[in-house]
Design a protein around this ligand. Structure first.
Ligand code: ZN
Length: 500
């Protein structure tokens, strides 16, 4: 190990410890923490994130990173060390521009915002959340202006800076093109599909399914898909999510509805896709700055790959459906595999993104993308957002929310300050289609699924995606697997083929 890098290691170890603590608090807040804990815990979280920031941009750290910018010092590093230093420089550039006090004030605001958003959502009233949202957006804009003063951000547009935090290889120019294609192809396709849809009987999904049995089945299903219970746990929360302390402690959560069987099943497959990525990361890079999924889109591609391409296919259920029928004999005895498959693949416009089918999903993302652009590029008034939201839903999906709870307040992301995040969901879907297209060419995917053998698929992904963490970028991984960089063609073709 280079002597300079060796001096950086203790700083990184401390920073990673703080980050693990923050992850654990996040997990706890979503799963077990009592209702009134939030405000007090928010202070604790504020202190820890301040400590994290301090250590990441310590004067000594900056000096060492500066030394490593010299070619002769940099060339002494191993490939992993080079990737860590690259990542560290990006983080320093992000954090260093924000005054410490404002950073922790913002972290406190964020920790409280979740609660305020949740209450407003319950009441279906955007005006209760608007002042808090405005404060968050103002912080974001202020942070952008600070970051603009530094190096590589100088020439970037506001919203591109935010997008770049999640997807360094994407910007508005690329996304405008991508979403334009989505709009052009999917909206007409959706209109055709809707007409045929009335024939599909999906009533089986909304019978009463005992929650304990759902829980048991999902536990089995997670293990079947590939969740490693010796390095992970499954909890329960209002919204399913996944998080990780390191590659030996990966946590996912699920949510059960008595009258919606599909919800828990596809949530657990989705989150297991995320979890396998984190569990599959090389042990020599876990608990380093590159020891996690390379981008949000690549992460979403892995969860959506299993949820949609694998989890909604007939061959997957050829093996799994008898097990599900056995678990719920009264409900499913008379529902044929064929009927079940068309039920879980039924496409119909809805108001809620997280419940959307494959075909309409990207339209939900598109709406958020367009609104976020308006917030950061056009200075739209916050109080006008619900109206804009409802108009866009009417235009793209033909539906209007009856209250803000099922409209603009449905997602937690903006309360967390996660602007620029939503596009990753759609890019992730497209990435998963691109990978799937390639996989089908090199292995008998359907035959494996019918045999109940997911191992070759998992092993392929571990070798080409999981293990690398941030060592490789999204485009580098795609290039390695498919011979080309991101290409939305496969996604559009996949949807056309499936739904036409
Ligand atoms: Zn996800």
């Amino acid at each position: 190990m280079s002597q300079i890098f060796e001096k950086l290691v203790p700083y990184m170890n401390q920073a990673m410890a703080f980050q693990a603590a923050l992850t654990l608090f996040e997990w706890d807040q979503e799963t077990l923490a009592p209702a009134l804990a939030d405000e007090y815990t928010a202070n604790v979280i504020g202190e820890i994130s301040q400590a994290y920031q301090k250590i990441m941009i310590d004067e000594q750290v900056k000096k060492l990173l500066e030394k490593l910018k010299e070619e002769k010092n940099f060339s002494e590093l191993t490939e992993n060390e080079k990737a860590i230093v690259k990542e560290w420089n990006i983080i320093v550039e992000q954090l260093d521009s924000i005054p410490e006090k404002e950073y922790s004030e913002y972290a406190r605001l964020q920790a409280k915002a979740g609660n305020i958003w949740e209450k407003a959502k319950e009441e279906g009233d955007f005006s209760k959340f608007a002042p808090c949202l405005e404060e968050i957006i103002n912080y974001k804009k202020k942070f952008i202006s600070y970051r603009r003063k530094k190096g590589s951000y100088k020439k970037k547009k506001d919203y591109d800076i935010l997008l770049g935090d999640y997807e360094p290889e994407f910007n508005m120019e690329k996304l405008d093109k991508f979403f334009h294609e989505v709009k052009q192809e999917i909206i007409p396709l959706l209109k055709k599909v809707e007409k045929k849809n009335t024939e599909i009987d999906k009533s089986f999904n909304h019978q009463s399914y005992e929650i304990n049995k759902q829980r048991e089945f999902c536990q089995w299903l997670a293990a079947y898909v590939g969740f490693d219970f010796s390095k992970g746990v499954i909890g329960e929360s209002a919204h399913p999510f996944s998080t990780n302390l390191h590659n030996h402690d990966v946590r996912i959560s699920n949510h059960f509805y008595e009258n919606n069987l599909e919800s828990a099943i596809f949530s657990i497959i989705h989150e297991t896709g995320h979890a396998m990525y984190e569990q599959g990361i090389d042990s020599d890079i876990t608990l380093t700055l590159i020891g996690t999924g390379t981008s949000m889109a690549m992460h979403e591609s892995q969860s959506r790959f299993f949820e949609n391409m694998i989890g909604r296919s007939e061959s997957f259920w050829t093996y799994v459906y008898p097990k599900l029928q056995k678990t719920f004999p009264d409900n499913l005895r008379d529902v044929s595999l064929e009927q079940f498959i068309s039920g879980i693949n039924k496409a119909e416009p809805g108001l809620i993104r997280t419940e959307a089918d494959e075909l309409t999903y990207s339209l939900h993302v598109l709406i958020r993308y367009e609104i976020e652009k308006m917030i950061f590029q056009e200075d739209v008034k916050i109080k006008d957002l619900p109206k804009i939201w409802n108009e866009k839903y009417k235009e793209y999906l033909g539906l209007v929310p009856s209250h803000d709870g099922e409209g603009i307040l449905q997602d937690i992301h903006w309360a967390c300050g996660d602007f620029g995040y939503f596009p990753s969901y759609a890019i992730g879907s497209a990435v998963s289609a691109q990978i799937y297209h390639h996989l089908e060419k090199i292995m008998p995917v359907n035959q494996y699924l019918e045999e109940g053998n997911l191992l070759p698929i998992r092993e392929f992904l571990k070798e080409h995606v999981y293990q690398h963490g941030k060592r490789k970028s999204t485009n580098e991984i795609l290039l390695d697997i498919t011979g080309e960089e991101f290409n939305s063609f496969y996604y559009i073709e996949y949807l056309k083929q499936k739904f036409q």
